[in-house]
Design a protein around this ligand. Sequence first.
Ligand code: EPZ
Length: 416
Amino acid sequence: MDKLLIEGGTRLEGAIDVGGSKNAALPILFGTILLDGPMTFTNVPNLRDIHTTLTLLGILGCPCAYDSRVVRAAPGQLKAEAPYDLVRTMRASVLCLGPLLARIGEARVALPGGCAIGARPVDQHLKGLEKMGAHFELESGYILGRCNGLKGAHITFDMPTVGGTENLLMAATLAEGETVLENCAREPEVVDLAEFLRHCGARIEGHGSSTITVQGVSSLRGSSYAVMPDRIEAGTFLAAAAITGGDLLVRGCPYDELEAVILKLQGMGMRIEQTPEGVRAVCDGPLNGTDVKTQPYPGFPTDMQAQIMAVMALARGASMVEERIFENRFMHVLELVRLGADIRVSGRTAMIRGVERLTGAPVMASDLRASASLVLAGLAAHGVTEVQRIYHLDRGYERIEDKLNAVGARIRRVKD
Ligand code: EPZ
């Protein structure tokens, strides 16, 4: 396993590029199962989860080729089984359920199981698909789904679920008749999936709002599509400018889709503005603490919670973080405390008191965004921070050390 050695204390300055969005690319790639023709995707980030998805698609009868952030996919004779050894490494594999049922009326998908940040149930996915005519049973850790064609339905989610909205949206594109989805997730990645599907002939309205209406069609054609930029990678770079007192031009940074994060960082004292080349983030003085509650879009994204907490650890005064989406997304706290942060957790709330300095030490990554938080803290800590188990980081950030070193960081990737 690799680890990162970070020599902290340098101010980041310069331009840094944002890659394609992991959380848009994953559902979009699974959407290939719906198509009856070849597909070309561009701006697909070179990430572990992407390659896991491409492997799974190959097993499902949809062979894909990846080369320099371009994916060429050719849907063929589809198979129904998504094997456990792949699904357990990537929960998003459950997104093949809706497309497989829509196309071949059958799916055998391993129950994804929990992960570090929470139980991550899929009950909303199954309930919605059942309303469309699917029948499920659980057998030896697999979800076995069958249907004789899916029928449009009126479905209301118990909570805005990104994956649930995406699974049902994909299933509805080929269902018979009209499907109305209520209380949908409004994340930009859901919008990107809908735009890709419309590109292929799907009839979708209302994506980005809480109510999405889909008129089923008989087939969807292949096309070409560019994946949106990754707003969470971009937000992580804004946080890197904040924690190092830096000055970064984040090229390809979506501004409106990051508004909740940008407003919080500006409230802490960052200067963040849109320029023709990208979003400029300047931290030319000490930052003040703030309070954050994670919420469904357009609220503050849970995927930026660990990163802004690292910034708060060195901000003046007290900050409070309430994690309202996942029940166990504070795994980074004790690792930040090892670096000298003053953070106390009570239930789903963390109280952070800013400290003068952090000091480098060995720390352990536990999940994707927690590992990003530890990298950020390492950039500011005095001395060397050793971040272990960075395979978590590689799931969602493409060679983050190369991008950060190009703007002044001192990070080395070594074999553990
Ligand atoms: C997506 O996960 C993202 N992953 C997550 O990003 C992100 O944190 C999350 O949305 C919330 O924004 C991808 O897009 C691949 P949810 P997802 O369904 O779809 C509960 C990252 O770091 N729920 O919106 O799994 C669930 O327990 C990852 O990039 C049910 O109860 O999240 C959670 O509390 C981590 N039943 C809440 O809803 C269900 O059937 C939101 O989960 C589904 C969800």
